[in-house]
Ligand binder design. Structure first.
Ligand SMILES: [Cu+2]
Length: 319
């Protein structure tokens, strides 16, 4: 019971932070519909071992990331926007260790950082975890994703776990976890909007609503966040692509995708992930490119019981 109460408390704190960010970002909504100009540069991001190799800064406006997983385990990244004056050092000193303590608590373990407990710093309420980023990506896979960024300081982070340790946290304090600072300058990018072949609207009420069907070869998918809300795992809805084989159990995959459950997001992943789009503020759009071969696939959201929210959809590709 004590454990459950603690989780509820953590949940309340997370939800407050989440909603706070949402309000801050809602006023910026208009920028999402104005994708402008192009320099045609693609930002290369590589996951190697438990680190990101990525540039330190980029322009605001539309950005295209090419995310390649060169490590032996599944990763993703989400861009967390930090309040002014905060940077990667603050993320690593106060956010990643508290998150790790929460993971420890879920797993019934002693805190990795006992002196911090589950106490977020005051400024956590100003951190936005709705900045988008590529979804879960299995070893050897690559995804291209384009979305709009506002000026500010972001941390690119992955919270997949290995042996109960969140990738964003490193128990060795002189080395960062899987987290990388990205400064978005006020200079506008000049990237052209990609030509889309398929569109999906995501809403809390209707789940995934597709316009068009995926086809063999290259697909450019527009993801439209009609609205957003915090689900039982304190995250918003997003979309990931899974390649199915005879052994894939989608119910098990959905359970694994819930970070707040023991064993959730723990390495190894129970399926082959081909990327997708992490949660973004209401009104945002993102575009991602994926090459599909013959086979069976599913779209799935990182929320508890996605099928009941119409956020688990199977499809087949034939040549
Ligand atoms: Cu990771």
């Amino acid at each position: 019971m004590k454990f459950q109460l603690k989780l509820i408390l953590i949940g309340t704190l997370l939800s407050i932070a989440w909603l706070g960010c949402r309000n801050e970002n809602e006023s910026d909504k208009s920028q999402n519909s104005e994708f402008v100009k192009t320099l045609n540069n693609i930002i290369e991001v590589k996951a190697r071992g438990m680190t990101f190799e990525a540039p330190d800064s980029t322009f605001s406006g539309l950005n295209t990331f090419r995310f390649t997983n060169e490590s032996g385990m599944v990763h993703f990244f989400i861009l967390a926007k930090l309040p002014e004056g905060k940077g990667i050092e603050d993320h690593q000193a106060f956010l990643a260790p508290v998150f790790q303590n929460i993971v420890d608590q879920i797993n019934g373990k002693e805190f990795s950082e006992p002196e911090l407990g589950v106490n977020w710093p005051d400024w956590f309420s100003e951190v936005s975890y709705l900045g988008g980023g590529p979804g879960l990506l299995s070893p050897g896979e690559t995804i291209e994703i384009s979305f709009n960024l506002l000026p500010g300081t972001y941390v690119m982070e992955c919270y997949v776990k290995t042996n109960g340790i969140a990738h964003s946290y490193n128990p060795m304090h002189d080395v960062y976890g899987m987290a990388h600072e990205l400064i978005v300058t006020s200079e506008q990018s000049e990237i052209e909007l990609p030509k889309t072949t398929l569109k999906v609207n995501i809403s809390a009420e209707k789940g995934f609503e597709f316009e068009g069907t995926p086809s063999f070869g290259k697909n450019v998918i527009e993801v439209n966040f009609v609205n957003q809300k915090a689900y039982e795992n304190f995250l918003g809805h997003d979309i990931h692509l899974v390649k199915l084989n005879d052994a894939t159990n989608l119910e098990q995959v959905a359970q694994w995708m819930n970070w707040a459950s023991p064993g959730g997001l723990e390495t190894p992943a129970p399926a082959q992930f081909l990327g997708g789009v992490n949660e973004m503020v209401a009104g945002s759009k993102a575009y991602f490119t994926v090459n599909l071969v013959e086979g069976k696939y599913a779209w799935i959201s990182e929320i508890p019981d996605p099928e009941s929210h119409n956020m688990l959809k199977r499809f087949t590709i034939s040549n």
